[in-house]
Design a protein around this ligand. Structure first.
Ligand code: 5GP
Ligand code: MN
Length: 341
C-alpha cells in the first residue's frame, strides 16, 4: 500500500482492469456531504462495472441531499453514519476498495477514516482534486479533469462499454453537470463534450436529468435563498468580494435543511465585478465555509492556509471552530490586504 503512483487514465485503466476479477468483492466510498459528482460517479461505477465482479457496495459517509435521491441504485448505498457496523463489516469482507472523488482520508468522515487501516485488499483512488494524499495501489488522479464522473466514464468505456447505457449514463451525466455548473467551468474540455456526445448517441435523455436535478426547489429553499440574497449579503473590498453568512437558527426558521443553501455562494459570485465569494454557514459543531472565485484568485490556497480546507482554484471549502460572526470578521480581515486584480 505504499507504492502509490500518480497516474492518468491511459496508464491506470489497464491496472484497474487487471485488479477487478469475477470473484472480487468491491467496496466504493466517497466524500462527506456527497454531491452530484460523488453520488453520480459512485452509482455510475456500480451500474457500469458490477456485472464484472462478484459484488459491489457503495458507501456514503452521511446523508445525501434530496435532489440526488432519484438516481437508480441510490437506496442500495450504505450510509456510514446510520449503519456503522455494516460498513465496518464491509471493510473486513471487501478485497477491492475504490475511493471516488476525494483526495484525503479525512474527507470521507471519521467512521471511514478510522476503518481505513483495517482494509487489507487492493485500494484504487479515482479523483480529480489537487494533491492526493490517500495511500493506495492504483491512483487515477488528474486535477485537469472536470469531474470524477468523467474519469469513471473512461474506466467503464474501456472495461465494460456495453454497460454505458440507461442508469450508468444518467448517473455519470449527473456528475458531469453538477461539477461543471452545467458545462460552464474552465475545467470542461473537448473530451467532456465528446463524452456527452457519446452519451446522447447511446440514448441519454439529458434534459430529463437536468429537470430531475435542477427543477427540484422546495418553497423553503427558494425562501431561504431570497432571504440570504436580500438580507444577508455583504459586498466589500470595492465590490470585489461578496459574502453571505447564515446561522443555524435562521436555517431552522425557514424550515430549511442544509442542502437548501447549496449553490448560494454562486449567486454571490455572479454579481458584476465580484472576484471572490464566500458562503459561511453555522453547523452543529463548526462553521462551514464555501469559497468561489472567477478568474485569478486561488481560493483553495486561501482556504488551506486559513480554514483547514482546500479544493480547486475556483471552488474550495473549509471550516472554522470560532463562532459564526468571528469567522466572518476573520475572513474580512484576511481579505483586507489581498489584491484581487
Ligand atoms: P463546497 O463549497 O461545494 O462545499 O466545496 C467546493 C469544493 O471545495 C469541493 O469540491 C471540495 O473539493 C472542496 N472542499 C470543500 N470543503 C472542504 C474541506 O473541508 N477540506 C478540503 N480539503 N476541501 C474542501
Ligand atoms: Mn468532483
Amino acid at each position: 500500500l505504499n507504492k502509490t503512483k500518480f497516474m492518468h487514465a491511459p496508464e491506470a485503466i489497464p491496472l484497474i482492469q487487471q485488479a477487478l476479477k469475477p470473484e472480487s468483492k468491491v467496496m466504493v466510498t466517497t466524500h462527506l456531504s456527497p454531491d452530484g459528482d460523488a453520488i453520480g460517479s459512485s452509482l455510475g461505477l456500480l451500474h457500469g462495472l458490477q456485472d464484472k465482479v462478484q459484488s459491489m457496495q457503495c458507501v456514503i459517509p452521511n446523508e445525501a441531499p434530496d435532489f440526488l435521491k432519484w438516481m437508480d441504485g441510490f437506496n442500495s448505498m450504505l450510509v456510514a453514519d446510520e449503519a456503522p457496523e455494516k460498513v465496518a463489516a464491509l471493510f473486513q469482507d471487501a478485497d477491492i476498495w475504490v475511493v471516488l472523488d476525494y483526495n484525503a482520508e479525512h474527507r470521507a468522515g471519521k467512521i471511514i477514516e478510522e476503518l481505513a487501516p483495517r482494509f487489507k485488499g487492493t485500494k484504487i483512488v479515482i479523483d480529480h482534486h489537487l494533491d492526493p494524499s490517500i495511500p493506495c495501489d492504483i491512483l487515477l488522479s488528474d486535477d485537469g479533469i472536470c469531474s470524477t464522473a468523467q474519469l469513471v466514464y473512461e474506466v467503464v468505456s474501456a472495461i465494460n462499454p456495453a454497460q454505458l447505457q440507461g442508469a450508468t449514463l444518467e448517473c455519470l451525466y449527473t456528475g458531469l453537470i453538477t461539477d461543471t455548473g452545467s458545462f460552464r467551468f474552465s475545467s470542461v474540455d473537448t473530451r467532456t463534450h465528446g463524452i456527452v456526445s457519446e452519451m446522447i448517441e447511446k440514448g441519454l435523455k439529458h434534459w430529463e436529468v437536468h429537470q430531475k436535478i435542477y427543477d427540484q426547489n422546495t418553497l423553503s429553499r427558494l425562501q431561504i435563498i431570497g432571504y440570504c440574497l436580500s438580507e444577508k449579503m455583504q459586498v466589500f473590498k470595492d465590490g470585489k468580494v461578496a459574502l453571505i453568512a447564515i446561522s443555524q437558527e435562521e436555517v431552522k426558521r425557514f424550515g430549511a435543511s442544509k442542502g437548501d443553501t447549496e449553490g448560494l455562494v454562486n449567486w454571490a459570485l455572479s454579481i458584476q465585478g465580484v472576484e471572490v465569494a464566500a458562503f459561511v454557514r453555522e453547523a452543529e459543531d463548526m462553521v462551514k465555509i464555501s469559497f468561489r472565485s472567477k478568474k485569478y484568485y486561488p481560493v483553495n490556497e486561501f482556504s488551506n492556509a486559513h480554514f483547514n480546507g482546500g479544493g480547486h482554484k475556483h471552488a474550495a471549502g473549509g471550516r472554522s471552530n470560532i463562532g459564526l460572526q468571528e469567522t466572518v470578521d476573520r475572513i474580512k480581515e484576511l481579505f483586507e490586504p489581498i489584491e484581487f486584480q
